[in-house]
Write a protein that binds this ligand. Sequence first.
Ligand SMILES: [Zn+2]
Length: 252
Amino acid sequence: MQSARKIRGSVIDRMGMSPLHDSAVFLAPTPARFPLRPRPSLRRERILVQALDAMLDTFAPRGCLACDADLAPRAQRRFCGACTISLEPGEPWAPYRYGGAMQEAVVRLKYRDRTDLAGPLGHLMASWARDRRVVDEGAVVVPVASSAERIRERGYCHATLLAQAVAAELGLRVMPFGLVRVHQHGTQKGRTREERLGALAGAYRASAQVHQRRVLLVDDVVTTGATLHAATSALREAGAARVQPIVLAWTA
Ligand SMILES: [Zn+2]
């Protein structure tokens, strides 16, 4: 079932559509930006996506992001009922509190090779950011990327995958190397905020391409905010006009 879901994710990604384009979302474009009747090409695309979706629902039903329990076909929900209960809203840059099902989903994305979860999780971040109107038009999406060493170990960068999903959903451009982690001082786990800030000074370098750009900075989890602080400083130093962080979940 897990591999079927991965295939589902990659098939839809290859078509250039996010697996999160639930039909309801797809059917309801913003009236101000779209004519009342969708363009014929958009209609065809929608029919194609619906057909593909129905087919995939048979072979690879949508699963809960935390426990893989089957979700109802065309469900808007991303977590099953039992897991939804453990979700807590987050603040101030994050839609969720880190814990329960959200923690499980992040752990699966980060450490268990479940790259197929980046799409739906990125979609949750993007809709939250859109609802809160924190997204600047024309902003570039920059991930708080892991170090090259860490990326080699895992085979992928989860923050970059999230940033790509967020960008696709918001119709923004992603800059995967907008921010590079230059120092890796071991894990941040168990350190105080001061220790983290010290260890992170100069840990990131931003690309000159962010100069005068508005940046939507994407990361998975914020603990003390030290990483976001270091990343934001680096972007500012490189001349970014504005930096808006969004993170999937916050701890503490
Ligand atoms: Zn579940």
